[in-house]
Design a binder for this molecule. Sequence first.
Ligand code: KG4
Ligand code: ZN
Length: 339
Amino acid sequence: MSIILLGIESSCDETAASVCRDGIILSNIIASQEIHSRYGGVVPELASRAHLQNILPVLDQAFLKAGISLADVNAVAFTQAPGLIGSLLVGAQVAKSLAFSKNIPLIAVHHMQAHVLANLIGGKENPGTTPDFPFLCLTVSGGHTQIVVCDSPSLMKVIGETTDDAAGEAFDKSAKILGLPYPGGPLIDHYAASGDPLRFKFPEPQIPGLNFSFSGLKTAILYFIQKEKALDPDFIENNLPDICASIQGRIISILLNKLKKAASQTGIKNICIAGGVAANKGLRKSFEENGKSLGWKTFIPKMEYCTDNAAMIAITGYYKYLDHSFSPLSTTVTAKAGW
Ligand code: KG4
Ligand code: ZN
């Protein structure tokens, strides 16, 4: 008998649903919320309202695309944490309602674990294209930056994380300093492609162990831009690709230096990246180049599985289903990241 999972993601500003059968993704529908760009960041109350508007059409599309009806679904997985509380509540309430009305198991999924397990998508269809256990994962998103040892789909340990801003925040806040709209990460990526990463030097923080820090970099960028603009009011316009390439280059070197340290400390050679910042073209390229020279087997999810999506929730739900790791309908959502 096939196992059909419905996955729902609503932790921040993407409303998403995905259907997976026996670990194979059949649909992956995402409604992004454009409204936040005019405010320079996600406005929680507006996000919750947009989730309410989007969730049912997104579910309908996910079923339609998959050629599956609700009656066929064996379990419903949803993002329980971390995230914006009002946003999480919408997805959780829909998941609980479906599980209750169909009398099928409810599966609570941790968003950051799901980002890691996005690396397993595609493995059923194309064996050998996804990492064997154990693997290391550098998870880089708008809210988190972590290095995780993954021994199995249910056994993961965070061995390094940011002590302040996340890598995605470093991109977004730098972009804001440059006057670029939110989310600025993809725009820095875009301009960096034609810039010189060695033109401007930004400091690499000296943080012990496997932890990260990005707040000093942000401050250094702010002071640098203020100083240069005092000399040339058009400094940003005249140098945008080089500024973006230099900022991006430094964020990438901070990330990859810690990842190399983690790989050497653990001796693990299967190495993955995940999360929204893993969509960054410069990071993808440097990661693969480093992996080649260090003898790693490198894995990166497809772009659509890097930024927030429900396929990663469905695949995590699938493995939790195999473990009978179900949640009661009384399960609550939480904004906190602990796992
Ligand atoms: O994983 P994600 O979609 O949502 C969270 O869980 O936070 O990550 C969103 C973050 C944002 O900070 C966004 O600017 C960043 O990922 N991002 C990128 C790129 N695409 C998304 N950063 C750099 N380059 C990109 N191409
Ligand atoms: Zn995310």
